[in-house]
Design a protein around this ligand. Structure first.
Ligand code: SF4
Length: 500
């Protein structure tokens, strides 16, 4: 790490003095700055990770109304916490925050301790949050170094070390610690963050109005725009996912089928549309041009959605010209009641497929894949109708392209039916199987007609049991269930007429 003029004693004290004075005169009035309650500061710092201030404010205020104390957060059901966080992204932040609050209840009697080590040991609190909470709430001289702060200090001291490397962060933390003026750690750390957010911005630093411009080595060297040095992160891995927007009929008309994710892993515990990952082989086929459904058919509908400064962003693309595939009529229109009507529905479906209404082989393959995968993974037999939209979602390590297919609900396969519905040979190519759904449906319908005579429950009726974790919802249920951003956007598009 090279230190030039700014690195002298005079240059350092100049930086700290001017920054502090500027912050105290110019600081923004933000809701979390009106309190030194460590709980409130903790919540705000977690929300602000990867997310812009303007986006955070309404979430913070709503969260504080719902969970005004650490105890209220600790005792709340996790589903409520996730619901309150819905739309902010990075949902593990919410889960960890609540886990940390529960640790404070258990270990520290409900009070965030004035103890650097103890705070650093709480779930979800890393070096940055620890420094922010300790300095702002307790005025402890702890550095709080995030990307903004690394950028400002790299420029002021003209540092050429790669800020993507952990050892550079450690070095900058040591430097920041030395700069903290006595008795003003909270304001100094917030001043650094504020300078990075408002003036020393990534692309166009406002050097001419910067309080530390006189001794800024980066500016004096004309390198303010090329610093900091940061090697590019690995590109997120692309994944193509097919999601089924399964519409109910009869008593379930107006509802759609959703499922809850497992308690652990990515987006744990959140709700989503049933969807399947398209194997690499399929993606490769599509890339080779044999599966023509692609970007050319979609139109970008908006800018990157918040949160989106760094890691996560979301873009939803609406299909401009929806290609009608397998236009065989709504389930409700054909299979109204009873087994005979249901059988008629299956027959009509097969005739329509064999009549060649599915024009695009790529779409047919995808729909068959969707039907097959959902049947295998979730025991639901559904019938795809048309593509509804394409949505993209960026995680830090993954990029999902979610193709949403409007489908009708067939029924829940029973174990013996799955065996019957399985393809004769795994070697068979999907395109040669006709429609998996139709084959499966016909086989199953025959067995079902006998079953229904004894049980009185016809396939697809409202009281047919669903697999665990699945439920039918209407727009009103969206108030209660937490969905990841990508599915939230899809459902808002689907239920356009409702305030979700
Ligand atoms: S003078 Fe320019 S480059 Fe230096 S800290 Fe200020 S805004 Fe950043």
């Amino acid at each position: 790490m090279t230190e030039k003029v700014a690195g002298t004693e005079e240059g350092r004290s100049y930086f700290s003095r001017e920054l502090l004075e500027w912050y105290r005169a110019q600081r923004r009035d933000l809701p979390w700055r009106r309190s030194r309650d460590p709980y409130r500061i903790w919540v705000s710092e977690i929300m602000l990770q990867q997310t812009r201030v303007d986006t955070v404010i309404p979430y913070y205020e709503r969260f504080m109304t719902r969970f005004p104390t650490l105890q209220a957060l600790a005792e709340a059901p996790e589903a409520e916490v996730l619901k309150c966080w819905e739309g902010l992204g990075y949902y593990s932040r919410a889960r960890n925050l609540q886990a940390g609050a529960r640790q404070v209840m258990e270990r520290h009697g409900g009070q965030v301790p004035d103890d650097v080590e103890a705070v650093g040991a709480l779930k979800g609190i890393g070096p940055y949050t620890k420094g922010a909470v300790m300095s702002i709430a307790f005025d402890r001289p702890e550095p709080a170094v995030d990307g903004n702060v690394m950028r400002v200090l790299s420029r002021y001291f003209c540092l050429e070390a790669d800020i993507a490397k952990p050892r550079t962060r450690v070095g900058i933390e040591q430097l920041a610690r030395q700069l903290i003026p006595e008795g003003a750690a909270g304001d100094f750390n917030q001043g650094l963050m504020e300078l990075g957010a408002l003036i020393c911005t990534p692309k166009s630093p406002g050097c001419l109005i910067c309080p530390v411009m006189a001794h800024c080595e980066g500016r004096l060297a004309g390198r303010e725009r090329e610093l900091p040095i940061k090697t590019k992160a690995k590109k997120p891995r692309p994944e193509l996912r097919l999601a089924a927007l399964i519409e109910g009929r009869d008593a379930l008309a107006g509802k759609i089928l959703v499922r809850q994710r497992p308690d652990t892993g990515l987006l744990a515990g959140m709700w989503e549309l049933p969807h399947v990952l398209v194997p690499d082989g399929y993606a490769a086929v599509e890339a080779s041009g044999k599966m023509p459904l692609g970007k050319a058919q979609v139109k970008q509908a908006g800018q990157m959605e918040q949160p989106g400064q760094a890691g996560e962003a979301e873009r939803v693309e609406r299909v401009e010209q929806v290609e009608q595939v397998g236009r065989v009529g709504r389930v409700g229109q054909v299979g109204q009641v009873g087994q005979s009507a249901q059988a008629g529905y299956f027959e009509q479906a097969q005739q329509t497929v064999s009549a060649g209404h599915m024009k695009q082989a790529g779409q047919l393959e995808q729909m068959e894949l969707l039907v097959r995968s959902i049947a295998e993974e979730t025991h639901l037999l559904v019938r795809p109708r048309e593509q509804f939209m394409v949505a993209e979602h960026l995680f830090s390590h993954l990029k999902w392209e979610v193709r949403v297919i409007l489908t009708d609900f067939g029924f829940v396969l029973r174990p013996h039916e799955e065996a019957q519905a399985a393809p004769a040979s795994n070697e068979r190519k999907v395109a040669e199987t006709s429609a998996f759904y139709e084959l499966s449906a016909q086989t199953t319908a025959r067995a079902r007609s006998t079953d229904a005579a004894t049980t009185g429950v016809a396939a697809g009726e409202a009281d047919e049991p669903l697999p665990p974790g699945y439920r039918w919802i209407g727009p009103e249920d969206m108030r209660e269930l937490a969905f990841p951003n990508v599915f939230l956007r899809i459902l808002r598009d689907y239920w356009m007429d409702y305030e979700l």
